[in-house]
Design a protein around this ligand. Structure first.
Ligand code: PMP
Length: 363
């Protein structure tokens, strides 16, 4: 549906659609890589109390620098990857990693500048580029969804991108990046390299985080989110780790008071429940591996996943399969290369419902 002629929108936006997965009200929703486990009563009570306290000061603007929250996030990342030593000056936070990445392109992209990534990957990247008037270049991943490092370096040499987006684990394929490949991209890239680690907590044992590379690479940005592992998608809190000078550059483009005091209080309260929330991550990793096995048991092809979702296929008419699952009350995502579908990992009973429906559909 195009924007009507009388609305004087930028011409390149006229035929665009707002981004988003279909929000269909069915019993089993496994389509947006949410955490199926909500916060516990204790965590919810702590959030409520923190928000109540913040509410008493809602006549005041929030802490513009979100100092306490950034300190808490730095401590969490240092615990996640002990090899890295971070403090608040090297961490930045915003309303979801979506906003983080838009800020990155506002600061490091823009007219006359280029951003590059490797498809299939997160489909919002080209939209951040469009919104910031940044030229967009998409390379290709290999058939096994890894990065062909020689081709990647050649493309970077040819395009000289100001920003490269790598995603590890990648959405929608679940593929983790080989750190040697990340290093090769960092060595070749003339500008900033963003490693989007939205799903990092779900990675399999032995898969390192790009946080380890921060000490040696000033142009590296590692982004994370509380939407997935921390079960805080509704709270909207994304963050990044980088050199303190890079963080300072981002502070130039952020809107004043972009993180509400309610958001800051909510995220800080959630951080206090890190142990409880990460216990659910372990359960989801087990369920993820079980899901991949069960899909393979049905004779389907499954991409190895380090995330909280699995890409599987291939279907001659994937839309028909997707629709047949919706008709049985199970919503998954029609995304990724043609013929593939993506299922987010839910609770064991949600996954049983998914498999019951899928077996009927492919019988
Ligand atoms: N990066 C990737 C790879 C994602 O899949 C998502 C959300 N699906 C995001 C970033 C954005 O997440 P949020 O804005 O909720 O932090």
């Amino acid at each position: 549906m195009a924007v009507p002629d009388w609305v004087p929108v930028r011409e390149e936006l006229r035929d665009e659609e707002p981004y988003g997965a279909p929000q269909i009200d069915v019993p089993v929703r496994l389509n947006t890589n949410e955490n199926p486990y909500g916060p516990s009563e204790a965590a919810a009570a702590d959030v409520a109390e923190a928000v109540r306290t913040a509410a008493l000061e809602l006549n005041r603007y929030p802490d513009r620098e979100a100092a306490a929250l950034r300190e808490g996030l730095a401590a969490y990342l240092s615990r996640d990857t002990p090899a890295v030593d971070l403090d608040a000056s090297r961490v930045w936070a915003a309303n979801g990693s979506n906003e983080i990445m838009q800020q990155v392109l506002q600061a490091f992209g823009g007219p006359g500048r280029t951003a590059l990534s490797f498809a299939p990957t997160y489909s919002m990247y080209p939209e951040y580029a469009r919104n910031t008037h940044t030229r967009w270049v998409a390379g290709r991943r290999r058939d096994d969804f890894g990065i062909d490092v020689d081709a990647a370096v050649a493309l970077i040499d040819a395009e000289q991108p100001d920003v490269v987006f790598l995603t590890s684990p990648n959405n929608p394929t679940g593929t983790a990046l080989d750190p040697a490949h990340t290093r090769a991209v960092l060595d070749a890239a003339p500008g900033m390299v963003v490693v989007d680690e939205a799903y990092a907590e779900f990675r399999r044992a032995g898969t390192p985080s790009a946080l380890e590379l921060l000490a040696d690479h000033g142009r590296l940005i590692v982004t994370r989110t509380m939407s997935k592992a921390f079960a805080l998608a509704g709270g909207r809190l994304g963050y990044l780790a980088a050199h303190a000078d890079v963080v300072d550059a981002l502070r130039i483009v952020r809107l004043p008071y972009h993180l509400s005091s309610v958001t800051q209080a909510t995220a800080l309260a959630a951080l206090r429940h890190t142990d409880e929330l990460l216990a659910n991550v372990d359960a989801l990793r087990v369920e993820r591996d079980r899901t991949a096995e069960r899909l393979r048991g049905l004779g389907l092809t499954v991409a190895d996943s380090d995330a909280n979702f699995v890409l599987f296929g291939t279907f001659e008419d994937r839309h028909a399969t997707w629709q047949a699952l919706v008709d049985r009350g199970v919503l998954i995502r029609e995304t990724g290369p043609l013929g593939w579908l993506r299922v987010s990992i839910g609770t064991p009973s949600e996954m049983d419902a998914f498999f019951t429906a899928l077996q009927e559909v492919i019988a």
